[in-house]
Design a protein. Structure first.
Length: 126
């Protein structure tokens, strides 16, 4: 399945007034649970998510942002806004790719957000 065949819900850009914790919870529901489940089932996908996570940590460090709910939510919001601008809005909860193969072919924004969720879990934020 190619990236273009994955159906994306026409969701507007995320609202910045939602609390950081609530926003991260939403990202976990929308992409994190299914994406991390797929990543743990496929070593190559997990390696890709780990590479995204390393880049996120570096970006937060370079921006003098902490790896906390606020820093991760701000980063996730920027990725979600970019996805909307690229006309690749994020899937709604329950509409993310379901199979490991679909996740392996998922686009950069989805994998980046899965990595945000991975960091949030490992940091005890989620």
């Amino acid at each position: 399945m190619t990236n273009e065949s994955i159906a994306f819900a026409p969701i507007a850009a995320p609202i910045a007034t939602v609390s950081a914790d609530a926003y991260l919870d939403e990202m976990m529901a929308r992409v994190g649970v299914d994406g991390l489940t797929a990543a743990f089932a496929e070593p190559g996908l997990l390696a890709t998510v780990d590479q995204h996570a390393a880049a996120i940590r570096e970006s937060l460090h370079d921006a003098d942002r902490a790896i906390d709910a606020e820093g991760l939510a701000a980063y996730a919001r920027s990725i979600a806004f970019a996805a909307v601008r690229m006309r690749r809005p994020l899937p709604a909860a329950g509409e993310a790719p379901m199979t490991v193969a679909e996740w392996t072919n998922a686009g950069w924004p989805l994998l980046r957000l899965v990595a945000v969720c991975q960091i949030a879990v490992s940091a005890g934020v989620l």
